[in-house]
Design a binder for this molecule. Structure first.
Ligand code: 16G
Ligand code: ZN
Length: 555
């Protein structure tokens, strides 16, 4: 009864926006910030119920990532740091859509009954983070009131964070390890030092020769990532690598405007603040909430960058891990009898450049595609001992299974007890263990991903150009088409095939067949009211033309 009246009275303050119907899309609710107070309040209720149901710490992140500064959004992190379990999404939608406070109460009561959620006064926490958007503070208040309207749930304001920091903190809280933002930064800098040490000092045939050249210039998208990187840089106190941060937000530029990983990857143009002074230098770009990372170089002759996207980061990680595993296995052949063969899985989406998929398959790796959206890729990657996933847009990470890590640990100690000095095999085990500590296991994380890229490039002794030449991207083109109802398009096979409306796929096939190395697919966006078109072919003109003709089929 107390619960009912508490919920009713707070809900009355947050009527849903008129004429807007929001849905928990690929990455939570997202809209113009002025429409979001009611939705964020309700997301607070959702997070509180999720915390009661799981009896764990849950996260609520207020961000619209790479979208424009006037937008905002909200998404929930599950106890493991993963995205909200998909079976709760329909409930999120009904909560957001409830037209009145009374109806909201009914929706909550019904769902709580169904899920057997008990309001027994047990205390649970929801960590609330936000990015640097000016609408953040007001939405934070809405989230806190939503959480506070469920008895037993407590909102903990963890301040301005990157999305991956929040996911990491939720995961760490539930493993009762140190879980503050400082702990995150500590873990990153400590494990980067460990990785550098393992990769440099344990490098095959010596170390010093690889420590050279090194400067990295980072575009912080005028968002939270740039600011956090500046703090991390202080903690790292690197000698062999100079990190410069542009667009940190401290200089007053607008979030995501002409800057950031999404802009760089889609437009392939030099971000604002970068120019001739950066020619030939290794550059990286984060998105507005720092869960995406791409690299690039600035050529001297044009404002078109040379892009090193998520597919290439994935390839770099895959090459390195495969190398270490084969060192382990080679010598293991003779000396070990456990016969354990870890399974590596590479997870991509249909947006992965065809050249990357071919390259990875040629390395003998198992490559699978999932639909777009971190939740799909992440889930697939958990099914391997080492699952490496990346979207071309730069979101991705490496997941190590618990049994594999135990095996590595055991291997590591076994080897150190038998070998005189340090065998190649033991070095490989140490390297992999170090990597597992650096990389964020909850979600793609631009900061930890960047540190790993830097360590591997040093280890391999590769410049960004050498890295970029692992394979050559096929020219590609992306378009979006505004449609009345994007849900009319239904896809299958990881979005590579249209099943509805009938006939379209045949027409796409017929167009695609006209182009050498042609590949093309369409899919409804999960974040905007559009149908997206992706085309690839052997020349840029061909890719453009294929995309255009398929876009006309959709119109
Ligand atoms: C969201 C997804 C991202 C995906 C993008 C596709 C998460 C955390 N983010 O930003 O992975 O690439 O949506 O957008 O899942 P679209 O559906 O509009 O093309
Ligand atoms: Zn993002």
């Amino acid at each position: 009864e107390a619960q009912r009246s508490l919920l009713l009275s707070s809900a009355a303050r947050f009527p849903p926006p008129e004429g807007a119907r929001l849905s928990y899309g690929t990455a939570g609710f997202r809209a113009d910030a002025s429409l979001l107070r009611s939705t964020v309040f309700r997301a607070g209720i959702l997070a509180a119920l999720r915390a009661l149901k799981t009896r764990s710490v849950i996260g609520l992140m207020i961000t619209a990532s790479h979208n424009k500064v006037s937008d905002n959004g909200v998404k929930i992190s599950d106890p493991s740091g993963e995205m909200l379990s998909q079976d709760w999404e329909p409930f999120a939608d009904s909560l957001a859509a409830a037209p009145t406070a009374d109806r909201l109460l009914e929706v909550v009561a019904e769902f709580a009954g169904l899920q057997r959620i008990e309001f027994d006064g047990g205390k649970v926490e929801v960590l609330v983070g936000r990015d640097t958007r000016p609408s953040g503070p007001s939405l934070l208040e809405a989230a806190k009131l939503g959480i506070g309207s469920i008895i037993g749930a407590v909102a903990v304001d963890v301040g301005i964070l990157t999305t991956p920091q929040l996911h990491w903190m939720v995961r760490a809280s539930n493993r009762s390890t140190q879980a503050s933002e400082f702990d995150y930064l500590e873990q990153l800098s400590r494990s980067f030092r460990l990785v550098s040490w393992c990769l440099m000092d344990l490098i095959p045939g010596g170390s010093e020769s690889n420590k050279k050249n090194d400067k990295l210039v980072v575009d912080g998208a005028n968002g939270v990532g740039g600011e956090k990187l500046l703090v991390l840089k202080e903690m790292l106190n690197l000698k062999d690598l100079e990190i410069e941060v542009w667009n940190s937000g401290r200089e007053g530029g607008v979030l995501n405007e002409g800057v950031g990983a999404d802009f760089v990857q889609k437009e392939k143009v030099v971000p604002s603040g970068f120019g001739l002074q950066d020619v030939g230098i290794r550059c990286a770009s984060l998105d507005g909430d720092a869960d995406r990372l791409v690299y690039f170089t600035v050529p001297s002759y044009s404002n078109k960058i040379e892009l090193v996207d998520g597919d290439k980061i994935l390839s770099l990680f895959a090459v390195f891990i495969k190398e270490q595993l084969s060192i382990l296995n080679k010598e293991a052949g003779a000396s070990t009898e456990d016969g354990y063969q870890p399974r590596i899985g590479i997870v991509q989406t249909a947006y992965a450049n065809g050249a990357s998929t071919d390259y990875l398959k040629q390395l003998g790796l198992e490559v699978v595609l999932t639909p777009t959206g971190v939740k799909y890729l992440h889930h697939k990657a958990t099914q391997y001992d080492i699952g490496i996933y990346f979207e071309a847009n730069g979101h991705g990470t490496i997941l190590f299974s618990e049994p594999f890590l135990h095996w590595l640990d055991a291997k590591n100690s076994e080897l150190s007890s038998v070998a005189e000095g340090c065998s190649e095999q033991q070095k490989a085990a140490s390297r992999l263990l170090a990597v597992s500590k650096l990389i964020n296991p909850a979600v793609g994380d631009a900061l930890s991903g960047m540190l790993l890229v830097e360590a591997i490039l040093q280890y391999e002794g590769w410049s960004i150009h050498r890295w970029s030449q692992l394979y050559h991207d096929l020219p590609s083109k992306q378009l979006k088409v505004k449609v009345a109802d994007r849900t009319a398009v239904v896809t299958a096979n990881a979005e590579t095939e249209v099943v509805k409306p009938p006939g379209i796929q045949e027409a796409i096939n017929a167009e695609t067949a006209k182009y050498p190395k042609g590949r093309c697919f369409i899919r409804p966006s999960g974040t905007e009211d559009v149908i997206r078109v992706y085309a690839e072919a052997s020349t840029q003109d061909a890719a453009d033309s294929l995309a255009n003709s398929v876009a006309q089929l959709v119109d």
